[in-house]
Design a protein around this ligand. Structure first.
Ligand SMILES: [Fe+2]
Length: 231
């Protein structure tokens, strides 16, 4: 597969990635730009595992998770006009990706289905890298939906991460800094930075991407404990 147009939905996905790159070009992350440029020249391999399983899993999500379904529909509807160019791609991808519940993926107790990830591109290894549509060694790229009134608790990971907010106005915390995010914001989580998000009465819909130590660790931060010395 050396041409996007030879892949089912390939032209659409290429257009989506082109639009994402336009947003990234306003930011100072040359290594990420370079990965995207190469991606646009030549599509990454399709993830054969995902092609076999995605339809049944999407049906499961739709039938059993009304909170998730409501959040994603509302999240897409609320994408504002200044980033409207991403809407069609997000809509198409949201129905083709494999949605993963954040709590289950990260083995926390009491999964609420309040926050859900889907991978569009990933290395295809590790606990959460199994069901992306495309395979790539250097990039994880996906969608994220967080229902209203949900706390995605403080956590960190070795990989470097960025979120492009598509809709919603959550409180966002990065290494002790707190701000209200808005659509179009491009938020950076340096490697091992503590971050968390709390949604208001609107769902959060975002595009997320990671580079660097993609097979590194991911952990939750227990803020009730004192900071470990030297950490
Ligand atoms: Fe993160």
């Amino acid at each position: 597969m050396d041409n996007w147009t030879n892949i089912p939905n390939g032209a659409l996905d290429r257009d989506f990635l082109t639009q994402v790159l336009l947003h990234l070009e306003n930011t100072n992350h040359p290594q990420l730009h370079e990965i995207f440029r190469k991606l646009l020249e030549k599509p990454p391999p399709l993830n054969q595992h995902s092609m076999k399983t995605q339809k049944s899993s999407w049906s499961l999500v739709k039938s059993k998770l009304p909170l998730f379904q409501k959040s994603i529909v509302e999240g897409i509807q609320c994408i504002p006009s200044q980033i409207d160019s991403l809407k069609f791609g997000v809509q198409s991808l949201s129905s083709r990706v494999e949605w993963i519940n954040g709590a289950i993926c990260c083995s926390t107790e009491n999964p609420t289905w309040g926050y859900n990830f889907a991978e569009i591109i990933s290395p295809g290894t590790g606990a959460c890298g199994y069901d992306s549509l495309y395979l790539h060694d250097l990039l994880q790229l996906g969608l994220y939906v967080q229902a209203p009134g949900v706390n995605y608790p403080p956590h960190a990971h070795d990989a470097e991460e960025w979120y492009l907010v598509l809709s919603g106005n959550p409180q966002w915390f990065v290494n002790g800094e707190k701000f209200t995010a808005k659509p179009g914001d491009f938020i950076h989580h340096p490697p091992r930075a503590t971050h968390s998000m709390v949604t208001s009465d609107q769902p959060l819909l975002a595009l997320w991407m990671r580079t660097g130590e993609l097979d590194g660790a991911y952990w939750f931060i227990d803020e009730s404990l004192p900071e470990a010395s030297g950490g």
